[in-house]
Design a protein around this ligand. Sequence first.
Ligand code: SF4
Length: 449
Amino acid sequence: MKQIGALDLFTIGIGPSSSHTVGPMRAAFRFAHLVEGQEIDRVQVILYGSLAATGVGHGTKDALAAGLAGYTPELCDPEMVRGAFERSIESGRISILNREVPFAEENLELRSRERLSHHSNGMTFQALLAGHVVQEQTYFSVGGGFIETLGLQQEEDGTEVPYPFASAVELIQLAKANSMTIAELTYANEIAMHPKDVVDQKLKSIWEAMRNCIENGLQAEGILPGFLKVPRRAKSMTAALHRVVEDGTAVGDLTAEWLQAFAIAVNEENAAGNRVVTAPTNGAAGIIPAVAYFAHRFRGVSDEKIAFDYLLTAAAIGSLYKRNASISGAEAGCQGEVGSACSMAAAAITAVMGGTLEQIENAAEIAMEHNLGLTCDPVGGFVQLPCIERNAIAAGTAVAAMRLALMGDGVHKISLDTVIETMRQTGLDMSSKYKETSTGGLAVNVVEC
Ligand code: SF4
């Protein structure tokens, strides 16, 4: 299986969802290129399972329209994506790269009760000519913006990496045997898959995009999109934190409150459909940047160290979740999204705070252990309630896991591999009501007004 690297797990895109916005946009983009040059006069898109159930609140329709028009999550203008589907309906036409075909509401079918066997997030694209299907392709959005094509194995790029690993045990053994840190080992793999200058530049850009996202979110105000009318609060939290310092009423150290504000800032930007780094998903995008910003601002960790040591360590742990369990809320519930991000951040901050290999593994394990069983039940299908606040709490858990791990010697009873396998099994046992379908939990108990 392909070694999953930092540049796979961290991509600069748009909110609000990696599986329901970023993935569908990539799939639509692929399909548009598949039918490029082919004579067609209509397209039909069918969404299944979770994509159909919560796609509206996750911006899936706009993402599909933008992807068919040739836009990618990395390069699109978020402003242009907003409302793209409605504009197609109003004009009665949709762009397929540089041509247009007629389009109406019924050309998008939502089959929420139908689940394709491979994954809950299935979507079929059909291109038609004179009423006949001339091209058809089904894709799956498997979490974190990753796409798989029906009938094809997950894309293998065939690149050999010098330090392949499939478990935390192998990762730690390899690092020890080669006297490397986890970040050094991951970097060596990364530059085997991509040119060194590309890796260096992208890691720096990812950290810069994370920082920008936090800083934009801390300054933005207003109401988030959707009928829930959730007000943004990162800016008011920032004002309150400054106020208690200025008027002398601050009690103790406020770094935990700042950490929460950083995470909320990112997730509000995500919910607004703005520029955000998928880390490793959009719903959980606040945790890794917030903990990094916390380490930078309150623990003196340099930008360079965050861009390399922190992100590469987080990626190594994230690759284990992606490979051996899931980072998809539709597959494993929120433990797969927020749990994985929390574990990645815990490992990463432990690494940049000077933790040993065992302490890093311990921190990652602690962070996931206490997220096991976490369900996905977004109210109204929007990545807002409970998602935004949940990122703030998980950022705190990641820092707490780092503290606990650094107080020990790394020796512990439950291994990271065990907890990852437990997360996988728990995800399999979890009712589909709690896997990004908004048919259970908070999604059905919160009165929408
Ligand atoms: S509840 Fe968790 S998994 Fe579900 S959409 Fe929100 S952040 Fe993602």
